[in-house]
Design a binder for this molecule. Sequence first.
Ligand SMILES: Cc1cc2nc3c(=O)[nH]c(=O)nc-3n(C[C@H](O)[C@H](O)[C@H](O)COP(=O)(O)OP(=O)(O)OC[C@H]3O[C@@H](n4cnc5c(N)ncnc54)[C@H](O)[C@@H]3O)c2cc1C
Length: 404
Amino acid sequence: MKQRDDFDIVIVGGGAVGATLALELERLAYRVAVVEMRTPSFESVSPERVIALNYGSRAHLEKLGVWQELGETGRITQIMVSEVGNRGRADLDVSEMTSLSEFGYVVEMGPLLAPIYKALEASSVRLFSPATVLDVDNGDDGVTLRLRLDGEEQQIRAALLVGADGTNSQIRRMAGIETRGWDYNRFGIVASVACARAHGEVAYECFRNAGPLAFLPLADGRFSIVWAVTPAEAAQLLEMDDERFTTALRKAAGPDVISQTGDIVGVSGRGVFPLELTVASSYAAGRIALVGNAAHTVHPVAGQGMNLGLRDVDALVTMLESDLARQDPGQSIILQGYAEKRRADVLAVAGFTESMLHVFGSSVPGVKWLRGRGLDALLSLPRLKEKLLRQASGLGQMGGDGHA
Ligand SMILES: Cc1cc2nc3c(=O)[nH]c(=O)nc-3n(C[C@H](O)[C@H](O)[C@H](O)COP(=O)(O)OP(=O)(O)OC[C@H]3O[C@@H](n4cnc5c(N)ncnc54)[C@H](O)[C@@H]3O)c2cc1C
């Protein structure tokens, strides 16, 4: 076994959330390591790696100099909500919120991760990759991890271990933290599609029985789609050739959407993700804290997962800025403070996401009747439209109505 390395903070998981956290902590002069099981790759060809980010996330990434490196991003200035087989549609227009010029941005994961890793390479953060965590000792005065790297075992030790290792977090399991939630028994099919008309920065959210189908406008003029389907539908859609897939997509989107976007004229390869709601019962245990999907995975219908993860980063960094944290960043008062800061936001976003799925997917007679009178009628429910607008832009979590 190699000699042991010591750090202040070790982050397991170098996805967008873990890597961003590493950068921020290094700037606070902590000695930081990232343990990532894959070799980081930033290929942008993969159509599934597209996410919508809100103002708060943009501000966060701007502060790190990452946003400036992204190049052109898709912008969302209007959201059209429709329900296949039901009359009416509702438009959310950013001009209804005078303080904003767009609801959010659509970025590809590859080009997002590339500048984050470029900054990491130029920093003092140690990257262990591709590395496997063999075990973790969450001790009273420090955490010890046993890793396998380049076929050799190695120990590293830190005052704080952060699990940023995604939905099926190994660190969460090793910390003995349970989760609540459910499997939606749905899969998200993702792809990029070209349509006959310019998208005009409009995003479309179509509600169907099986679940929502979203079209997000990309910088290159195409849309990225996220399509929630049953497992059987997913299996069929993945097998189809482009022509049959396009026909199925056209039908799922419905005439309201296709009359706006123009016909679907091209489709990329497809990706698939299981959809689930998983919320950790606690975001900290001993000297271990959880961030990003390791702490919470929500349905992509409201496009909030990564935005939530970046707010975890904000909250943990704020706790770790204090003089108290500098004495021992893994002490329980710091981690419990972090956990407490995050609980309400995560529950609010998970609750909002669920309510969207239920209101738009509900077959409860009263709700169905209201939807049947048109989505405009539904959105005239007191505060529902305002809430949708605030959540779409991220202002719902920022407590203000201006830029973050
Ligand atoms: C179809 C779909 C659409 C989405 N759309 C949006 C959207 O529009 N807006 C939005 O905000 N969010 C969206 N999300 C959610 C968003 O993608 C996630 O919330 C976000 O990517 C989570 O980032 P993360 O860094 O926490 O986790 P991940 O991206 O999962 O990264 C985890 C990292 O940890 C590594 N890892 C895993 N296990 C280990 C281990 N044991 N040891 C070492 N390393 C490990 C992985 O290799 C990976 O690099 C969407 C999700 C899906 C599925």
